[in-house]
Design a binder for this molecule. Structure first.
Ligand code: MV4
Length: 455
């Protein structure tokens, strides 16, 4: 096992990794930007090193400064958390060439999975069903017109280097295809410096189901079952749950098998996620791989009893997985609410500032993963996650009740948060009965105000 690890991240996930290191008896070095110099979690690390000014490009995205901190602190490994440099193949490669173990997949796997067209090709080779579409990037306008006609409208244009919905365009008829193609290419080029796009059949109102996988460096790959992350707004997830509700066990087993085949074909090591779209008839289609630990990993931890961050560290240290697929069962049901410092009444505008009062819920089946405390100021420079409220109970119904109760106990004052919205969601009939998809928040829960339906 490593003697000392550096955490190249901030906030909630930095604290989550620090906690895992402590439990493993591994020393842990935190890095921070000037905006985070008073962050309370830094005191839990054995050492904290300032790496630069508040803007991410000067700190959490600055590879030379992070490598310098790792050299100074003499660590053996670097955990990238999520976001920032976590899926940057160059960073993973530089870590390894500087003799720091990167606690994540091999850089080759990150690079390959970073291109959705490549990921789909690996999936197809592993006999994993993908959304019907162009096999690879669209090479010309003529190519696009022929392909779209073959796929059938509506089609979705996606950026090969994309993620989070950037560079995505729905196209409903041939007449608008070439203009949509051009605007998708422009957006992709601006966002990812890569204008490559591909086509897919547009799936109507899909659910977003993902499978957690874990692979060691000895060729063992297992899945830790599924999560449903359909409840989102503008590609920002609001609630996640495990297991995916309404999916028959048979389909869940097929999803898990597909994810393992894909991970094996990709030469994947460490923790990762295979994302699928599920249609109204429970057909599932692979769309992309997330080559990192995800924000919503706790719901999987609650139902499987496996600490994913500790497992990431053990696998990176060369240890084999301590369980086989048959030993991984899910027990009960888990929900997570992402509590953001945003004002849902004003288009989710970020609400930075000082937390003046706080009450953290407790009791049976409640977990609170957060770096925030009273007196902590949420800086305006980074994402707005202030905490994750996670519950676990024997059934989905009971977990709903636990979450409603925990949300009612939770108090955060001084900043606007999404807590009132989460309370509404857990009292909503459609949500309670599992009748939601990726368009539901914007379509049903909070339809955009127009002149006609304002007030
Ligand atoms: C789709 C889709 C419908 N049909 N692909 C959005 C971001 C990217 N990760 C994939 N996304 C989608 N791909 C086809 N062929 C609908 C979405 C989508 C979505 C997917 C997952 C979670 C939330 C979403 C919200 C809107 C659209």
């Amino acid at each position: 096992m490593f003697q000392r690890i550096l955490v190249a991240n901030r906030g909630e996930i930095a604290l989550r990794v620090i906690r895992a290191c402590k439990e493993l008896g591994v020393e842990v070095v935190a890095v921070y930007s000037q905006a985070d110099r008073n962050a309370p979690y830094l005191k839990f690390a054995d050492r904290a090193i300032c790496i630069g000014k508040a803007p991410s490009v000067d700190s959490y995205l600055n590879i030379p400064r992070i490598i310098a901190a790792a050299e100074v602190a003499d660590v053996q490994a670097i955990h990238p958390g999520y976001g920032f440099l976590s899926e940057n193949p160059s960073f993973a490669e530089i870590c390894r060439s500087c003799s720091f173990e990167f606690i994540g997949p091999p850089h080759e796997a990150i690079r390959r999975m970073g291109l959705k067209t490549e990921a789909k090709a690996v999936a197809a080779a592993a006999k994993v069903q993908c959304v019907p579409g162009s096999d690879g990037p669209v090479v010309s306008d003529e190519d696009a017109l022929v392909l779209a006609r073959r796929i059938g409208y509506p089609v979705l244009i996606k950026a090969a280097a994309g993620g989070g919905g950037k560079g995505m365009r729905v196209c409903r008829e041939e007449g608008s295809l070439l203009a949509s193609l051009q605007s998708a290419r422009n957006e992709a080029d601006a966002a990812f410096k890569n204008s490559s796009v591909y086509l897919e059949k547009f799936i109507d109102r899909p659910r977003h189901v993902e499978v957690q996988i874990l692979a060691d460096s000895h060729g063992n790959v297992v899945h830790l079952w599924d999560r449903d992350c359909s409840l989102q707004r503008r590609h920002q997830k609001l609630v996640e749950e495990a297991p995916a509700p309404t999916l028959p066990l048979k389909v869940r087993e097929q999803l898990g098998d597909a994810a393992v085949r894909l991970a094996k074909a990709a030469g994947y090591v460490n923790a990762g996620t295979c994302e699928f779209l599920v249609d109204s008839e429970n057909n599932f289609y692979f769309i992309e791989v997330n080559a990192r630990i995800q924000v919503e990993h706790p719901v999987t931890e609650m139902v499987t009893g496996i600490d994913l961050v500790k497992q990431q560290i053990r696998v990176a240290a060369g240890e084999p997985l301590p369980f086989t697929q048959n030993e991984i069962k899910t027990r009960g049901h888990s929900f997570e609410c992402r509590i953001n410092s945003e004002d849902p009444d004003h288009d989710f505008r970020p609400s930075a500032g000082k937390i003046t009062a706080m009450r953290i819920p407790g009791g049976p089946g409640v977990r609170w993963d957060s770096h925030a405390e009273v007196g902590y100021s949420v800086p305006p420079n980074y994402d707005s996650l202030v905490g994750k409220l996670i519950v676990h109970a024997a059934t989905r119904d009971e977990a709903m009740g636990t979450m409603r109760r925990a949300l009612d106990e939770l108090v955060i004052e001084g900043i606007h948060t999404t807590i009132p919205l989460h309370r509404r969601i857990f009292r909503n009939r459609d949500f309670i009965e599992g009748r939601v998809d990726t368009t539901w928040v914007e379509r049903v829960l909070m339809p955009a105000k127009t002149a006609a339906n304002a007030k």
